[in-house]
Design a protein around this ligand. Structure first.
Ligand SMILES: Cc1cc2nc3c(=O)[nH]c(=O)nc-3n(C[C@H](O)[C@H](O)[C@H](O)COP(=O)(O)OP(=O)(O)OC[C@H]3O[C@@H](n4cnc5c(N)ncnc54)[C@H](O)[C@@H]3O)c2cc1C
Length: 426
């Protein structure tokens, strides 16, 4: 029987055998031990933004009762309970002039995001969110409460920094934040007719920008719904997003080539309080059924733009709501200061595709469109994947291909040590 769980993606029908909502780490440990004794798997659930496949059987463990944020403003640090969303951390940090390295959508869960590495719209300037984690508190697959940090269980800590599937249930994380009040940020929306000119210029511009410039570009097919503001409603548009760390005049000068390439339909780029960082991508907030896929790209140039538009551009009847390319590089490309498992440091761009929210198209047209796009962009693909951007439409082998063999072997070793019976879903 399918079970309603608090998930953003409504496509998979979940059917856990039971649902538990522990209020303390000790209750988490008791739930894990009980599941292990019953030979069942535990599925930890944060804010529900990452479940692309159905949960079948086992115990759905909702972490929401562990949520909470304590900010140590003097140390620019926060302790964040599992089940907390980035919106809660952003709100707690902003009055102190601090910002966490949250993702594009504030409703995403902190722990799931950190476990995947955490690609922030501030990432080129400050690095991966996992680079700013001090420690995790975790109930391991054997039901033990452990603190993982650089000095305590360092093998486990390295695996949790980007290894995606934890060999346990994380109950809290301690993170560093950056001193930041505002960015020069927002979005420029261009008409579909300007797609090649805008994306071509964006590809060249984004490749040469300094680390202060964080940017992505997306081809959006926006629904004809009241939730979409005019004049964007029901249109296909190119959405260039920026979050520039610097003052307004510097930001304006850096962004000028994009503003000049065509006349934007809507231009929201201005000084933006960092508490409103979600406005940069303006991701949808309402749960919906979608299929997704992602890939990392070694480069993205004018030929890649043409290939992308040929496969999924405005002239093509493609059931794809979002085709997004994010610029990586900058501090995201820096080697880590300690062992970790973050995937994507060596990629120049990340591609992410979200289907139209129309389940009738999921069996044939959506996979065909995504497959066509993947084939068209294959010459630019790095062959690796960022785990936070692997979706149901990726090949089952994509997650394995996220990491080099040496890192994958390390992750498997850590799993064998901390969850030898495979109690935690992975
Ligand atoms: C609209 C949208 C925008 C996004 N933007 C970004 C972005 O900008 N950058 C980025 O890096 N990612 C982004 N993501 C991906 C997102 O970071 C991952 O899907 C993340 O795993 C979501 O975490 P969650 O708690 O919301 O999801 P959940 O579905 O609750 O969990 C996702 C995964 O994390 C595991 N997990 C969650 N909590 C725990 C825990 N306490 N202990 C152990 N395992 C746990 C779950 O078992 C599951 O495997 C986005 C996703 C969406 C839907």
């Amino acid at each position: 029987m399918s079970h309603p769980l608090p998930m953003f993606n409504l496509a998979p029908a979940h059917a856990p055998r039971s649902v538990v909502v522990p209020r303390t780490p000790e209750e988490v440990a008791a739930a894990v031990r009980a599941a292990a004794a019953a030979g069942e798997q535990v599925h930890p659930i944060g804010a529900g933004h990452g479940w692309a496949r159905p949960i079948e059987g086992g115990v759905a463990l909702l972490t929401r009762e562990l949520a909470g944020v304590q900010v140590d403003a003097a140390a620019a640090r926060a302790r964040v309970g599992a089940g907390t969303t980035w919106a809660q951390v952003i709100a707690a940090a902003a009055p102190h002039g601090l910002a966490p390295l949250a993702g594009s959508a504030p409703a995403v869960g902190v722990i799931g995001y950190l476990l995947g590495g955490g690609l922030s719209p501030l990432g080129r300037t400050y690095g991966w969110a996992a680079d700013h984690v001090r420690s995790f508190e975790i109930v391991t697959g054997t039901g033990e409460l452990v603190t993982a940090s650089a000095s305590s269980h360092p093998d486990l800590f390295a695996a949790l920094l980007g290894g995606k599937h934890a060999p346990g249930v994380v109950t809290a994380a301690e993170i560093d934040m950056v001193p930041l009040h505002a960015v020069y940020g927002g979005g420029l929306f261009f008409d579909a007719a300007d797609a090649e000119a805008v994306l071509g210029e964006w590809a060249a511009w984004s490749a040469r920008m300094p680390d202060e410039v964080n940017t992505s570009a997306a081809l959006l097919r926006l629904p004809d719904l009241p939730s979409v503001p005019e004049p964007l409603r029901g249109r296909c548009v190119v959405h260039v997003r920026v979050a520039i760390v610097g003052d307004e005049s510097t930001g304006r000068a850096l962004l000028e080539p994009i503003r000049k390439v065509a006349r934007p339909i809507v231009d929201t780029v201005a000084t933006l309080p960092v508490a409103a960082i979600g406005a940069v991508h303006a991701d949808p907030e309402e749960p919906m059924p979608v299929l997704e896929a992602g890939a990392l790209l070694a480069s993205f140039d004018l030929d890649a733009v043409r290939a992308l538009l040929g496969a999924a551009g405005p002239q093509v009847e493609a059931p794809l709501a979002v085709v997004e390319v994010r610029r990586l590089g900058g501090r995201l490309a820096q080697p880590p200061s300690r062992p970790d498992a973050v995937a994507g440091r060596d990629a120049a761009y990340g591609l992410f595709v979200v289907s139209a929210p129309v389940p009738e198209l999921f069996a044939g047209p959506v996979p065909a469109a995504v497959g066509g796009l993947a084939r068209a962009l294959a010459p630019w693909a790095s062959g690796r994947f960022q785990p936070n951007f692997v979706g149901a439409l990726n090949q089952p082998t994509a997650l394995d291909a996220a990491w080099p063999d040496e890192v994958r072997a390390r992750l498997e070793q850590v799993r064998r040590s901390y969850d030898p019976a495979g109690v935690i879903n992975h």
